[in-house]
Write a protein that binds this ligand. Structure first.
Ligand code: 5GP
Length: 217
């Protein structure tokens, strides 16, 4: 029975197997407002050798956000120039704004043996999956659609029109969750982070001798 209690009985080793050729690319997807950012933060605090990729976006900065921390905030023209220069691993338009993952940084971190987390929407996750098949795809679900709606409203950063756009997107995204390898329901934050920690470690202990250079493709 799932009581929603944090899993506290499992002692986790924190070493990284030396047989690993490179880090894992973890793609965390789920509807806007589901709490991906909070979970990633928790994961990074609890696991070594893991970094979150900073995306480029044309969305205006929200209060409290800093350029280069949550995102690189750029104009549409700047984004399009990066696109023309093939600088993105994937990109998508979401609720009227462009978002993309800078490619060179991701491959460099993986090659240096660190895990990289992308916190992106479904279309981008699909692109990463076809470009980089070893990527680990994780879907974060809300406990219920009603709860998601409430969280988006409580955040208070979007207009009603934008909230409606994000909810419509969320309905589409929830239909695509079967494309993913793992699902974590974000009901109790600590428990959801623990589940992610388990996934990261399970992936690290996979026997992995694939040295294909996917960045060439
Ligand atoms: P927000 O505007 O709420 O920060 O992000 C909106 C949506 O865009 C979220 O689902 C977020 O995960 C996603 N997103 C953020 N960065 C990227 C990116 O680089 N690529 C893609 N495809 N989606 C992104």
């Amino acid at each position: 029975m799932n009581t929603g209690e944090p899993l506290t009985k499992v002692g986790l080793e924190v070493d990284v197997p030396t047989s690993r050729i490179r880090g894992d690319l973890l793609v965390l997807t789920g509807p806007s407002g589901v709490g991906k950012g909070t979970l990633v933060q928790g994961l990074i605090e609890r696991v070594d050798k893991i970094k979150r990729s900073v995306s480029v976006t044309t969305r205006p900065r929200r209060p409290g956000e800093t350029d280069g921390v949550e995102y690189f905030f750029r104009s549409r023209a700047q984004f399009e120039e990066m696109l023309a220069n093939h600088e993105f691993m994937e990109w998508a338009e979401f609720a009227g704004h462009l978002y993309g993952t800078p490619m060179a940084w991701v491959y460099q971190e993986l090659d240096e043996g660190r895990d990289v987390i992308l916190e992106i929407e479904v279309q981008g996750a699909k692109q990463v999956h076809s470009l980089y098949p070893p990527a680990v795809l994780i879907f974060i679900s809300p406990p219920s659609f009603e709860e998601l709606e409430e969280r988006l409203r409580l955040r208070g950063t979007e207009t009603e029109e934008k909230i409606q756009q994000r909810l419509a997107k969320a309905r589409e995204e929830l239909l695509e969750k079967n494309l993913f390898q793992y699902e974590v329901v974000n009901d109790v934050i600590d428990s959801a982070v623990t589940k992610l920690v388990h996934i990261v470690y399970a992936e690290r202990y996979r026997v992995n001798t694939d040295d294909t250079d996917w960045s060439e493709g």
